[in-house]
Design a protein around this ligand. Structure first.
Ligand code: FAD
Length: 568
């Protein structure tokens, strides 16, 4: 491209401009009288958050014509998929974190970081209001405002308590590194407490009853990790506790690991049953007190059952940050869990604010419009029906554009649509058979509400960060050359192609060196071989060679010496 040469020239000039600006600031403390032209042109990008979305954006951003200010209460990136391993000491906390400053240190873009939290977004005046991290030892709650040209909101989400009484006061969450460390201490603390000679058997059993609320991937993985920790390490050190330990999973739905293939769900439930992990399905927690958890069991006439516990881990999905909720009110987005963006990740109604990761959701109204258009095009004779072959082409087109449709079809509730799809793909139907478009569209619109949200995963957040950085990297070129390369156009709607999520599969570690893997193309693998796949994928996905080396060392240490049970 001829514009590449231009881009290189721009990079060189603005890079030089940045050095001059930094020198002027650090030596005189006053603003330079006549800043270089390239400096005036620098657009200020404020990034809120150093999680999966924010960090992948920062890693990929390479155009030095931006001044980037990162603001987050956490001065590191945490590899969350290994957090359950931290709860039991399989992996150490420091092995899965990387300081954000070292991630951006060698970048050609000017990136600076402030350890603070944003408490208000003022879209009208293009400002964010922040205060020092209340946890930091520096000067309490200083507040300050930061201007931006572009704002990237990547603040993640909060654990969702569904306003259940007692959850905040008595439950552990598993969201942050500190949570995992706290859980590790509490588990060991429970074993120490239960070893005291003053306890009755009943009290000992209560203390050693570990309850996990939520049978999603995080809750299930934690339960499996805890089971391994107890049986491989703790019972050797606390032999008297052996008969008293109980692990229970409370799940409000009909099955655990709902979003996985039925084969995985069945395998996990049977495995846990064999190992003595009590999976209580259809159990909705309605209240938690300091020693008891109350559940409403479906089919029990609404009767409330109370279960004595020693420790609870609450893992029932995610809710909205108060800052995001306030901002949503400000811009008229109410009754949503997350900020609605368009398919270019711009917050709806704003050209300069982007939202990605767990705090955002792409508004999929366009999906249904697109789906309707695809059907219309395929229905050449306007008969309202398609042959199986035509239908198959339509489905392939939809699934290629919207992998989340395919993903959601895996959900148990969507089985009938999955069957329809299967049929359309020729497994059952004959070539001559015709399928009714309206009926299928009706069925598809039922999943529309489900399709509104991409899954809240690191995979989505990281891909969104990379996508947005690529857009930013090309922004200047695209602005200067609006009629330029075809890749910037996309039917005149925007300069860039819309974000498209690519699903690479998901894992559910089930303990005992066994993992369930559900990979694209309906490929399911469960067992020891998938555990090795899990080790390799996660080791390769770690953010740096340092963390990779530390995690592999931790895994080896655990194999050789077992997990450490010191309560420090
Ligand atoms: P986060 O990674 O949560 O980052 C949010 C950032 O915003 C943080 O840096 C935070 O400090 C910062 N922040 C918070 N408040 C403010 C504020 N007021 N101002 C400024 N910054 C703020 N996903 C997978 O794909 N695979 C897995 O195996 C997997 N396992 C998981 C296991 C656990 C235990 C958990 C908790 C999650 C797991 N996930 C997994 C989900 C994944 O971690 C999230 O989807 C992902 O972290 C979302 O990325 P994010 O950048 O949106 O948010």
């Amino acid at each position: 491209y001829p514009s590449l040469a231009k881009l290189i020239v721009v990079c060189t000039i603005s890079g030089g401009g940045y050095v001059a600006y930094a020198d002027a600031n650090s030596t005189s403390g006053v603003h330079a009288a006549a800043p270089p032209v390239s400096e005036i042109k620098k657009k200020k990008v404020v990034v809120l958050g150093t999680g999966w979305a924010g960090t992948s954006f920062l890693k990929k951003l390479s155009d030095p014509s931006y001044d980037v200010q990162v603001i987050s209460p956490r001065n590191y990136f945490a590899f969350t998929p290994l957090l359950p391993s931290v709860t039991c000491g399989t992996v150490e906390a420091r092995s899965i974190v990387e300081p954000i400053r070292s991630i951006v240190r060698k970048k050609s873009v000017n990136v600076s970081y402030w350890e603070a939290e944003c408490f208000k977004i003022d879209a009208e005046n293009k400002k964010v209001y922040c205060r020092r991290n209340p946890d930091s030892s520096m000067n309490g709650k200083e507040e300050f405002a930061v201007d931006y040209d572009y704002l990237v909101i990547a603040m993640g989400a909060r654990p969702n308590t569904f306003n259940t009484p007692g959850v905040v006061e008595h439950c552990n969450f598993l969201k942050e590194v500190e949570d995992a460390q706290q859980i590790r201490r509490s588990v060991i603390d429970s074993f120490e407490k239960a070893s005291l000679p003053t306890l009755s058997d009943e009290e000992r059993k209560r203390i050693l009853h570990f309850v996990v609320v939520g049978g999603g991937p995080t809750g299930v993985e934690f339960a499996a990790e805890l089971h391994d920790f107890v049986n491989e390490d703790l019972v050797k050190l606390y032999p008297a506790a052996k008969g008293s330990v109980q692990i229970t999973i409370l799940e409000a739905a009909d099955h655990i690991l709902n979003m996985f293939d039925k084969r995985i769900t069945d395998f996990a439930e049977h495995k846990f049953h064999r190992e003595g992990i009590d999976v209580k399905l259809g159990s909705m927690v309605v209240k938690v007190s300091d020693k008891e958890i109350s559940t409403k069991v479906r089919g029990n006439g609404g009767e409330i059952t109370t279960i004595p516990y020693g420790m609870v881990v609450w893992s029932t999905g995610i809710g909205t940050h108060p800052v995001i909720r306030d901002f949503m009110k400000q811009i008229g987005q109410t009754n949503r869990r997350a900020l609605a963006t368009d398919e270019w990740l711009r917050v709806e109604g704003s050209n300069s604010i982007y939202a990605l990761g767990d705090c955002a959701t792409i508004n999929q109204r366009k999906v249904m419009e697109d789906v309707a258009a695809i059907f219309k095009k395929a229905d050449k004779d306007n008969s309202g029906t398609l042959t199986v072959k035509e239908f198959q082409e339509v489905i392939d087109d939809i699934c290629e554009r919207y992998p989340q449709v395919e993903l959601y079809l895996k959900n148990k509730q969507m089985r009938d649509i999955a069957d329809l799809l299967k049929m359309a793909k020729g497994d059952v139907a004959k070539e001559a058979m015709e399928l009714n478009i309206e009926e299928f569209k009706k069925a598809l619109s039922e999943v529309d509400s489900q399709m509104k949200n991409l899954p809240a995963t690191a995979q989505v957040a990281a891909q969104q960060g990379t996508y947005l950085a690529n857009c930013f990297n090309r922004m200047e070129e695209a602005e200067k050359n609006p009629e330029g390369p075809i890749r910037f156009r996309e039917e005149g709607r925007h300069r860039f192609r819309p974000f498209r999520y690519r699903h690479f599969g998901q894992f559910a570690p089930l303990g005992g060196e066994q993992t369930a893997a559900q990979l694209p193309g309906d490929w399911v693998s469960i067992g020891h071989s998938s555990q090795w796949l899990w080790y390799s994928v996660y080791a390769s996905k770690l953010v740096s060679w340092r963390t990779r080396a530390l995690v592999i060392t931790d895994w080896t240490r655990r194999f050789v010496f077992g997990r450490d049970s010191s309560r420090i």
